[in-house]
Design a protein around this ligand. Structure first.
Ligand SMILES: Cc1ncc(COP(=O)(O)O)c(C=O)c1O
Length: 398
């Protein structure tokens, strides 16, 4: 039986395609149903002609460049993000670093949304500036401030679609239009929002993911991915190889397996998050709930326009501004665990003032609405009534 190629798979509906993309590995004429894990650092070449053939046709030679496990995963992630090409990396941060360097060089200016993942902020603010790449951070939902910050050498706009932890949604259509009008490219970290938006379809030039989060979704792989056009992928791949930031074959295999069930997981997680947001909004000890599904969310309408299938599975809520009370709440939970990650199949929580936003001054944090009583939850696939009961009993205990 002839196997479908990726062009045929792309014509199928998404729930079918997700099961078949990236499934093709052939070993001397036979085809395993599940690809093997190629734990080999290199591939044997018969002679110099075989080397030349591999060099010219993208044959396997050295695993830091690529291996069958990378090829499978990259095909699937490119499909998920509606991109032409993908390169996988050893972590989300490696994808962000290689992606950034593939789009800007010394002398260029980056315009970045003020609310970003902390280590991305650190990379732009404290590292790349030493190599001549300057960044201005500005609120991407303030069009006048964005326009005012553009310089003649602005080559890149950088953002996430939903900012952590207050779930502020960025109007990516307006950002892309502004950037392109000024001759700049747009790079998006879509880690929080797979399945509900494909930024490349909104004109974004390059997308990165931490595979560590939803795409793998099982708390057992650290990985990243860059998805973009055929034209832009070459330089991103060049840096991935040069910096030695390739994903291990076993991690690539696990991430591929995880990604097969992405949409099933997300559907349940999005539904749970919306139910939790609604239930938490009614609890007297909770002062604010941040989730784009809520009609009270400042960008609810924008989210409804941009997203399809849900509003994401990240939410946050504010209790009294007290570290002691937050601590008591965390200790009282029975199901939900305090884990410094997100996007897995189980619900996890984080305390932004102690983790993702600990390096910001208290003044800046308070201006952003982030205080000691703010809890961020990555909602998993549990029965929502168990989650709500767990949170309510912990609130009552505090
Ligand atoms: C939005 C976002 N981007 C990137 C990263 C970095 O991913 P990794 O830990 O896989 O390097 C994280 C990690 O939490 C994240 O939340």
């Amino acid at each position: 039986m002839r196997m479908m190629n990726i062009s045929e798979i792309k014509k199928l509906r998404r729930d079918t395609a997700l099961l078949y993309a990236g499934g093709h590995v052939e070993i001397e004429g036979s085809r395993p149903e599940s690809p093997g894990v190629y734990m080999s650092t290199a591939f044997v070449l018969e002679d110099l002609d075989a080397l030349l053939h591999a060099q010219q046709n993208g044959g396997y030679m050295y695993t830091r460049d690529y291996s069958p496990n990378h090829i499978c995963l990259e095909e699937l992630v490119a499909y998920l993000e509606k991109g032409d090409a993908c390169v996988c990396t050893a972590s989300g941060m490696a994808a962000i670093f290689c992606g950034l360097l593939s789009l800007v060089k010394g002398g260029d200016h980056v315009l970045a949304n003020a609310a970003l993942y902390g280590e991305t902020y650190d990379l732009l603010e404290n590292v790349l500036c030493d190599y001549g790449i300057e960044t201005t951070f500005v609120d991407f939902n303030d069009p006048a401030a964005v326009e005012a910050a553009i310089r003649p050498n602005t080559k890149l706009f950088y953002t996430e679609i939903v900012a952590n932890p207050l779930t502020v949604v960025v109007d990516i259509d307006r950002i892309t239009e502004t950037a392109h009008k000024h001759g700049a490219k747009v790079m998006v970290d879509n880690t929080f929002t797979p399945g509900i938006i494909t930024p490349l379809s909104h004109g974004v030039d390059l997308v990165v993911h931490s595979l560590t989060k939803y795409i793998n979704g099982h708390f057992d792989v650290t990985g990243g991915a860059i998805v973009t056009s055929r034209e832009l992928i070459g330089r991103a791949k060049y840096f991935m190889t040069l910096f030695g930031s390739s994903l291990g074959p076993l991690d690539a295999w696990l991430a591929l397996r995880g990604a097969r069930t992405l949409d099933l997981r997300l559907a349940k997680q999005f539904d749970n998050a919306a139910r939790l947001a609604e239930a938490l909004s009614k609890h007297p000890k909770i002062q604010a709930v941040h989730h784009p599904s809520l009609p009270t969310h400042p960008q609810h309408e924008l989210a409804s326009r941009l997203f399809s299938g849900g509003y994401g599975a990240m939410l946050s809520f504010a209790m009294d501004n007290s570290r002691e009370k937050a601590n008591r709440f965390i200790r009282a939970l029975r199901i939900i665990q305090f884990v410094p990650t997100l996007g897995g199949y189980k619900t996890t929580l984080s305390h932004p003032t102690s983790t993702s936003h600990k390096d910001l001054s208290e003044e800046v944090r308070l201006r952003m609405g982030i205080h000691d009583g703010l809890i961020r939850m990555s909602v998993g696939m549990e029965n929502p009534d168990d989650l709500i009961a767990d949170i309510f009993q912990a609130l009552d205990a505090g």
